[in-house]
Design a protein around this ligand. Sequence first.
Ligand SMILES: [Mg+2]
Length: 295
Amino acid sequence: MLRAHAGTIKLIIEGFRKYNRVKLGLDWLQILEECKNNVKKQIAPLLKTLNQFESDLGVGAGGDPIKQVDLAAEKAITETLLEKGLSFTFISEESGIKSYGAKPQQHYITADPIDGSTNLTRGIPFYATSIAVSKKPELRTVHTALVADLFHDVTYTAVKGEGAKRNNQEIKPSKQTDLAEAVIGVDLNTYKAREIVPHITNLIEQTKHIRHLGANALELCYVADGTIDAFIDIRGKLRATDTAAAWLIIKEAEATITTLEGKPLNAKLDPREKLTFVASANRRIHNIILNLLKA
Ligand SMILES: [Mg+2]
């Protein structure tokens, strides 16, 4: 009885939130879902032809196949937005900053059309599309976000003040505080590995489960829903465009994301802007990790 009652209340709250979003003029969550569906549709035929390139990777017969998928995904997003008659500034890894419509300052759309392109081309089933909406070209103004695992059809979303969801179910990070048992993602893909590695040696020595799955936006969502316990990128190489959507998902799930110094993360939304961060399931493990990285 009590459960049924809670279910009704939840439905009423959901309905009210949706009404509010629509009343504001645009249901961005719905629009981002449509963008994702169009990305899936547009890249599907390319995924089939990619298999033919597999033996010839990187040689570029018929153009760079990785680039083709990235560009098709980007086009799928902008076309969906244009079909809605929207004016917006599009900030993306692929084509920089572009204005669309009469009032491009109305909305800022920051996207990494395909996060994990190398995984996609090599057949590693871990890649995503990442889209964030903001009022200004600034990370902390992002109000709606979507990161979709395109292979497994799992979609993470967040609306500012409304929490984060995975396939429409509310998510929370893990309560893990035992570093030895924690699963921790670390991106070490950099030519400057010699500079980075000394900072993380202490951490690696105290953990048993270090991972890097190759699509950073999705790995941040894994922190948000408790699949992993932390994700660290201190290379100074990750673009703000790749992190914008996952940043809101982390915040709304009430996980923690800060700079190495423990400060709140903020950045200009610009593909040339690079971020360094530690994201963790909870404050306690976050502080343990920050201290080890500093040592
Ligand atoms: Mg990309």
